[in-house]
Design a protein around this ligand. Sequence first.
Ligand code: 5GP
Length: 155
Amino acid sequence: MGRFYRIGNGRARLSPMSDTIFSKIIAGEIPCHKVYEDDLVLAFLDIFPLSPGHTLVIPKEPAKTVDVLSDESSAAIGRVLPRIARAVMAATGATQYNILQNNGPRAHQAVFHVHFHIIPKMEDGSGLGVEWKPGALDNEQAAALAARISEAVGG
Ligand code: 5GP
């Protein structure tokens, strides 16, 4: 469902809304362990961490998935994500980490408000476990698929 809302400098935008626990955290109705905030972005510790320092970086814009996030919020997240990752590493002593971003319930999304997980991968093995079953890339199919995606991307 599309609705108008306001972000940043106050301009109205149309976007699919998500009314989730993260909206309440942004509004200050539910507490969080905040690590970063600016006009467009909030970052806080995950309540069920996979490893110490597991952090969620979210846009204040209530978009459900990344494909419907505005360019403005996307840029704002991109600007601070490396800085927050460095801070998480500095604070935890971790040297390796995953950034995870789930879209849709089959893709393991449980909270329908865009969020990027920063998950330190510790020497004891704690952190994100990844099940990765690689297939094979057929040249002909890949060329057709790449052409379709390229056309859809535009720009
Ligand atoms: P997803 O599976 O949607 O990518 O991840 C959602 C994340 O949000 C989970 O890791 C979960 O622990 C975290 N989470 C859910 N509810 C809360 C909450 O109320 N506070 C905080 N800090 N994290 C939450």
